[in-house]
Design a binder for this molecule. Structure first.
Ligand SMILES: NC(=O)c1ccc[n+]([C@@H]2O[C@H](COP(=O)([O-])OP(=O)(O)OC[C@H]3O[C@@H](n4cnc5c(N)ncnc54)[C@H](OP(=O)(O)O)[C@@H]3O)[C@@H](O)[C@H]2O)c1
Length: 312
């Protein structure tokens, strides 16, 4: 495997730091010797101190309101993970599309060495019976059937379009990374499924089974960032982002059942997201492969989040 150097000695803004994916990443980057600013709305000032304790300075931004005054100058890199999961299209477009473009514009006006990493989602694809989706494949509204996510796919597509347009207009080296299913020791979609299993609630899976994805652990998310950034250019290259192993919701629930002794039941339905498998050829072509086996990742997650449930 080609080795790409870890990022160190850089001045980095990580947005969405209070969220699942960006928080652990910001912490790792700070530990690697970067100057890291973590951005969220921080409506409650008490939310900031825990980040300072982890070596991450805090910055308040509001993408929906265009409040970007605290974006630092002379940044080397923006890692943009903030996302609004709103049921209102105006709000979702304001944060996820206009807000993303505004963020690039403001950061670029304050730095002449900026690169921009835009976290998108494989939610932008039209699902096709679990067939691997290439970056050039058809887009669609995959998340519309999922309760609570009516704007997600479309506003993520809109975000990509505005980010690409802005990168071209300003000449900012940019990569748009379409993330599949992220999880870590302390977060992940599967943790909701485990809560359902405990309560004997059938886990929704798509009728077009198995409901397959390519989960990627937080450790591999961190390791993969420099590989993805190797694609950054002012045309805003799009690259799929996931782990090497194909794992279905059915698989990970069965494995959580094995680890805890709580057997899952399933509810095959059309009111959920269908299987979306990204084609990872571009990511693999620059030498990245995931390293955390999904079963080991699940065990780590349960032993961090719900140790009392582990059988052994
Ligand atoms: N989670 C997944 O399964 C998944 C899958 C594929 C792709 N992704 C992508 O990965 C990225 C991170 O997702 P996540 O699940 O970690 O997100 P999350 O846990 O929902 O966190 C969202 C983050 O965005 C911030 N945010 C929301 N509205 C904002 C606004 N108006 N201004 C500034 N910040 C705002 C939140 O901060 P406050 O609310 O504290 O202000 C929070 O830090 C997103 O781009 C998402 O599309 C996620």
């Amino acid at each position: 495997m080609t080795s790409v150097e870890q990022i160190s000695g850089k001045k980095i803004l990580v947005t969405g730091v209070t969220g699942w994916v960006a928080g652990p990443l910001a912490e790792s980057l700070a530990a690697q010797g970067n100057t890291v600013y973590g951005a969220a709305r921080f409506k409650d000032p008490a939310q900031r101190q825990p980040w300072h304790d982890k070596g991450v300075q805090t910055v308040s931004i509001d993408l929906a309101k265009g409040n970007l005054d605290e974006v630092p100058s002379d940044l080397d890199l923006v890692l943009h993970f903030a996302v609004a999961k709103s049921s209102n299209f105006e709000e979702a477009f304001a944060s996820n599309a206009h807000g993303s473009a505004d963020l690039m514009e403001v950061a670029a006006s304050r730095s002449d060495k900026l690169s921009f990493f835009h976290c998108s989602s494989t939610a932008v694809y039209e699902p096709k019976h679990g067939e691997a989706r290439k970056e050039t494949d058809l887009l669609g509204d995959s998340h519309r059937p999922m309760p609570g996510m009516p704007t997600y796919s479309i506003s993520k597509i809109a975000g990509e379009v505005l980010v690409k347009h802005t990168a071209k207009r300003l000449g900012v080296p940019t990569v748009i990374a379409r993330l599949n299913v992220p999880y870590g020791d302390a977060y992940g979609w599967m943790s909701f499924h485990l809560m359902m299993m405990e309560r004997n609630i059938p886990v929704p899976v798509h009728v077009d089974q198995p409901t397959t994805y390519t989960p990627i652990h937080a450790d591999d998310i961190n390791r993969s960032i420099p590989y993805l950034l190797s694609y950054a250019n002012s045309g805003a290259e799009i690259v799929n982002w996931g782990g090497d192993q194909l794992v279905s919701i059915e698989d990970w629930c069965e494995e959580m059942g094995r680890l805890t002794g709580i057997a899952p039941t399933f509810n095959p339905t059309t009111a959920t997201i269908a299987s979306i498998v990204p084609d990872l050829e571009k990511l693999h072509n620059v030498g990245f492969h995931s390293s955390i086996d999904w079963r080991e990742g699940l065990r780590r997650q349960i032993s961090t989040m719900r140790p009392e449930l582990l059988k052994n």
